[in-house]
Design a protein around this ligand. Sequence first.
Ligand SMILES: [Zn+2]
Length: 325
Amino acid sequence: MTAARAARDGAPAASDRRPAARDRGPDARDGARSSRDAARSARHGTPAAKDEAPAPARVPAPEPLPAPALDAHCHLDLIEQPEAEVLEAAQAAGITKVVTVGVDLPTSRWSAALAASTEGVFAAVAIHPNATAAVAASPAQRDEVLNEIAKLAALPQVRAVGETGLDYYRDYAAPEVQREWFRAHIEIAKQAGKALMIHDRDAHDDVLAILAADGPPERVVFHCFSGDAAMAGRCAAAGYVMSFAGTLTFANAPALREAAAAAPADLLLVETDAPFLTPMPHRGKPNTPAMVAHTVRCLAGVKQTGVADMCALVTATGERMFGPW
Ligand SMILES: [Zn+2]
């Protein structure tokens, strides 16, 4: 990717999407791990040599926010530290609600189970577009997988169907396969009455066209929004919520800040996509939900509002998308 392209899309450098090496002991998550690791590498590319990976050192805690806020999208299963520790740090920063997101069946089950048992944690379930080709070898298998996603989506603690969508940046699944799965997920979200959480990478036109053709669910969130001001305008016209990740804070992402400036205040969310996309000033280090505080402050600056007002704004939008909570 060229620097200009990265700047235009607000897309992260490859290093931002590479989690630290994992050497945790056995725990309940191990059952899902091989599938998760495969999904992770499908989503984010093959991990580079260890010496290029970010050090697993703890990142300094952000200054606590003046009012409660949320992390609208993260992957708690991929974070090195135990969930309890991660969630405690998030609370200390003012992040009282966290949506943890599945990318295949094992991680979707895991997210639903954690959300069922943990205060302040909510789940999203789906097959990530980059995992679609790998999870089903036949139409029958595809239907089985989608049935289970639909069952999980109906659970009360599951508040979104996602991440689903289109990823034309990677080629782990053919575009027509991705489109078929995306449409199936749209249907599941409508059936379950849950928000649709979209992964859109280099696929703005097709994502919007499919939503318009099939009819969107009532609540649509573009996770890690990567469009420019024009794309923000198209999303706003349709009432879609734009969730900004740490990319908003990157020096090479002026177009993304212009998009956020153009977006209506009541269609904004914030997220980490942890353990990826750590915001400035800690870019390149492992990300956790607490770090969304940096993105909230950045967004408040972009929108020229107070930080407490921005907290209230994203909390209200979060509740409209994923609540009641
Ligand atoms: Zn994600």
